[in-house]
Design a protein around this ligand. Sequence first.
Ligand SMILES: [Zn+2]
Length: 402
Amino acid sequence: MIVRARMVVTMDGVPIPNGAVRVRGNRIVDVGKISELASANDEIIDLGEHVLLPGLINAHCHLDYTCLRGKIPRQKSFTNWVRVINAEKGILTAEDYVTSINAGFAEAQRFGTTTIANLTAFPELIAKMNPPIRTWWFAELIDVREPERANEIVESATDSLKRAENWGLAPHAPFTASENLSRDCQEIGLRENILLTTHLAESDEEMEMFRDASGPLYQFMEKIGREMTDCGYDTPLRRFLRRLGDASLAGWIIAHLNELSESDFDLLREIQHKFSIAHCPRSHAYFGHVPFQFERLQRLGFNVCLGTDSLASNDDLSLFAEMRAFQKEFPKVPAERILGMVTVNPARALRLENELGKIGRGFLADMIALPFTTSESLYQTILNFAAKVPWIMLHGKTVAIH
Ligand SMILES: [Zn+2]
């Protein structure tokens, strides 16, 4: 089967006008000009005045909280937000979460997302789910109220996760996951060759807690019974690196990294195995964090990807809107590079840079198409897209979109 479009953006070289992609089974087997690719017997799907591009990849989200859209007004403090979301979570049932996750999958797909790195606090629900898009399930693990159970928590989550095709572990954050729990995750990560993710250096209150042993997050965590002896010395990043060492951070996707001191940058420079970073522009704006240090992190060799975070701090699950928000923050970054942050870069973060994120020979046939006329600037048109994606192919099959 051949898919033809007015323009094909491969993310693997220059765009191809009147381009065509030959798909066999679930794979792309050839890419080029329609005039060179098609023969008389080919079945051709002609998308006409559209641009065909790789399906988008969301590097960080929590579909658990899709049902919390609009429920949490902006808080002055990150700690307050944690309090409010905890109260909201307290009234949700397992069934609510299943509904919420399914609604999230459907919404992400409508916005052209074909692969998602999803953190769930309820790995036991994975057995009930049938994701319509490629999904990496990360169990979000917290042992702050029961650090003696760290090992048990990791093991039970791992049992549930093994039902999923793609999975990983997510010690939630250094203030909610103990050192033991993080180390357990790191160990399993190495043994099973799986991905790991965590939230790190997200807010100024986290910085205050670890560096100064003070502030609202420090007080809140102390009150709920957290052992606070690791506070008062280090920045969150230094604490995290102390916990795990630099042995193999390459498999980590670190969410946020907003609060970084100059000495943190010295540390980052020295790290041998550069990890991936998930930046969530609209969630970042919602919390009013200090500016994200994109250029510096990128220059140091970190692989920066975009994510939506959850709808407890965002309006929807559109990566197009995320790209536009990023462009507002960093207007000098070319649109093509921004598109790379939801295609090529997250594919690399998921260690599938030879299978996802590009339209190229041997890649999985995950593609989307958007309306396009040649009078427009190509990559900017893609970023500006703000509707339901009209055509999606996943794993070589066209998807009926609802
Ligand atoms: Zn998150």
